[in-house]
Design a protein around this ligand. Structure first.
Ligand SMILES: Cc1cc2nc3c(=O)[nH]c(=O)nc-3n(C[C@H](O)[C@H](O)[C@H](O)COP(=O)(O)O)c2cc1C
Length: 188
């Protein structure tokens, strides 16, 4: 039996990619980190991404000002930190948000922000359409640097099979699933 899903809950039927950390730095030099599940790819070469932000977040304000943000892809070891970073606005705490969420900082190479130490992969991004972002919170961004843990990369894909860390995938409003067994679409 099919049941109706309210328009404001329909997003939960389509989420699937990794839930990630988004990092940024304020004009005053204060680092911030938040959780983000609404992200996808826009172009392969060069890699460009779409990340959706609430306009009210402190991270969004940082990124409007700087035009830059980091994406760090966590495994299960960083799950508590992801929820910590994703449930508190920087404006509501006096301490550094990384310290609040028990996260380590890793210096970025191309952007003015910290990345999240211990994550499996990192993408450093620059906003391509500042007007679109400031108006809607849709960040169309180009990846200007990317790094991955060597043991989790087969040259073409992030791999977690038979490894201790699994990426985390949003399954709706309050739930997630670990990456699971990855298979080729067809035999090679
Ligand atoms: C698992 C999870 C996924 C989230 N995904 C998003 C998202 O895709 N976009 C968004 O704007 N906020 C998302 N959030 C909410 C922000 O991470 C959260 O409001 C954060 O506290 C914002 O911090 P800031 O105001 O310091 O930037 C998510 C939160 C959690 C826990």
């Amino acid at each position: 039996m099919l049941i109706d899903v309210p328009q404001n809950k329909a997003y939960a039927l389509l989420t699937g990619g990794p839930t990630v950390f988004i990092t940024s730095r304020s004009p005053e030099g204060r680092d911030n980190v938040m959780a983000n599940a609404w992200n996808t790819l826009f172009n392969m070469d060069p890699t460009q991404v779409i990340v959706v932000f609430d306009l009210g977040h402190d991270s969004t304000k940082n990124i409007i000002a700087s035009g830059e943000f980091g994406i760090s892809v966590p495994g299960n070891a960083l799950k508590k930190g992801l929820i910590g970073a994703g449930t508190m606005h920087a404006r509501d705490i006096t301490e550094d948000k990384f310290a609040y969420a028990h996260l380590e900082k890793l210096p970025a190479r191309q952007i003015n922000a910290s990345l999240v130490g211990g994550a499996l992969a990192h993408l450093e991004c620059r906003i391509m359409d500042p007007e679109l972002f400031a108006r809607t919170g849709i960040a169309l961004a180009e990846v200007v640097a990317a790094q991955v843990e060597e043991d989790y990369w087969d040259g073409a894909s992030l791999i977690c099979d038979n490894r201790p860390e699994q990426t985390l995938h949003s399954a709706g409003a309050y739930t997630y699933f670990p990456r699971g067994h990855v298979q080729p679409w067809s035999p090679r």
